[in-house]
Write a protein that binds this ligand. Sequence first.
Ligand code: CA
Length: 231
Amino acid sequence: MNILIVEDEPKTGDYLQQGLREAGWLVDLATNGHDGLHQALTGDYQLLILDVMLPGLDGWQLLAALRHAGVLTPVLFLSARDQVEDRVRGLELGADDYLVKPFSFAELLARVRTILRRGRPLPESSSLAVADLALDLLRRRVTRGGQRIELTVKEFALLELLLRRQGEVLPRSLIASQVWDMNFDSDSNVIDVAVRRLRLKIDEGRSPKLIHTVRGMGYRLEELEVKEPPP
Ligand code: CA
C-alpha cells in the first residue's frame, strides 16, 4: 500500500516519510501543492497526508481539486492551527481526519491505520491469505503456518501484489512498475533476485510451494503442488 505525504517543512516531511517507511508502507513525499496534486492524480495511493499550509496550492485547494477530478483517496490533514473552522472546513471538503501539530508519531500511525481500515472504497479485508500464508495489511506482518516471517518493504509489496492477483501470471514488467515504480530494464535482474529471496523466506522447506516461475513469462502465486525445475 502506498502513501503520499505533501509537506513543505523538510524536517517534518522526512521524519514522517522515514517513520511510515519503517512501519512498512511505500511512501512518497511532495514538498509543494502543485507537485502534490500531480502525484496524487497520477500515482496509485491508498492515503494522502496533506499539510494545510503549503506553497503553491494549499491543502484545501489540493483536496478540492482532487475531489473535483473524482479522486476519492482518503485524506488525513495536518495543521498547525487548532481552530474549529479549519477542522470543519477540512471535513466538509471530504477529508477523512485531521491532526493538529505537534502530534506524536504513534498518534499519526493510529490515525493512518484507522483510515486505511475504514477508508477503502470497496469492503475489503485487512488481510490476505492463501494456504497457511497470511498477510496483515495494516500491521504489515506476514506469517506462514503461524510463524512470523520478516520481509523487507519491497518484499512485502511484491508478496501483496502476487497475493492480490493470485493465479495470474505477472510479467516482470508489471512487477517492476507496481513494486519498484520503474520501467522494466531487460538487463536488470532486480526482480528475479527479489523473487528468489522472497521465495526462500516463504516457500523454503514448506509445502505447498506458493510462488511459481512461469518460464519466459513471469511469476505466479498459486496453491498448487507443481514440480518445478531446480533454480
Ligand atoms: Ca506547511
